[in-house]
Design a protein around this ligand. Sequence first.
Ligand SMILES: Nc1ncnc2c1ncn2[C@@H]1O[C@H](COP(=O)(O)OP(=O)(O)O)[C@@H](O)[C@H]1O
Ligand SMILES: [Mg+2]
Length: 224
Amino acid sequence: MKEQIVKFTDVSKKYKSGEGEQTVLDNISFAVDKGNFVGVTGDSGSGKTTLLHLMGGLEDVSSGNVETCGKDLKRLSPIKLEEFRRKHISYIFQDYNLIEELTVWENIIFPSQLKGISLEEEKLIEILKILKLEDKRNKFPSQLSGGEQQRTAIVRSIVSKPDIILADEPTGNLDSRNTKVVAKLLQYVNKQYGTTIVMVTHNIALLDYCTDRIKVEDGRIKND
Ligand SMILES: Nc1ncnc2c1ncn2[C@@H]1O[C@H](COP(=O)(O)OP(=O)(O)O)[C@@H](O)[C@H]1O
Ligand SMILES: [Mg+2]
């Protein structure tokens, strides 16, 4: 059996809404095998982002257990959780989340510096060349197109060598050409480095790049 890198056991997530409560995820149990590239679909508001947040410890469960990279996230203190996230997890968001005051190059190396990983400059330049970002290395995010910003965000998420990449609609703001580039890039990272990827997407065509698919529906997980 493959190693399970994410394991949900009887997980529920509820939010207060007005007087009452809204159950977003309702007693779900499922696992993600290490090395898989999982595509997550579901209607808007179905709980996909919530699911990623729980996987990465950005939010707490209401009940049940989430184990990521062998750690029961509920048992970690806030400081340990922060440390854990930095060491094991990278996020890619729809709106890129680059730091406006830093250049492309600085944005890319910043999380690795935090982790104490030293990057081989030549290798990084090689990657930037492939992604047509090399001549943008000293530019600031506001000077880049959406596609360039997202490619930068992905390079940043890769080079810190995470065990798992959580991508929340990473192509949501991109045109079809850049959408394909980003999906291929994630697929390459998954195959080449064995990095586990969980990607939320509205774009059904992108599921072709994934090794597995799940759907969030009515608070439950459906295997497609
Ligand atoms: N922090 C929050 N407080 C209250 N309700 C929330 C919060 N985050 C999400 N929700 C609600 O939970 C549901 C699922 O949200 P979300 O996980 O963002 O869905 P999706 O990413 O699938 O669109 C929505 O109804 C949303 O309004
Ligand atoms: Mg969402």
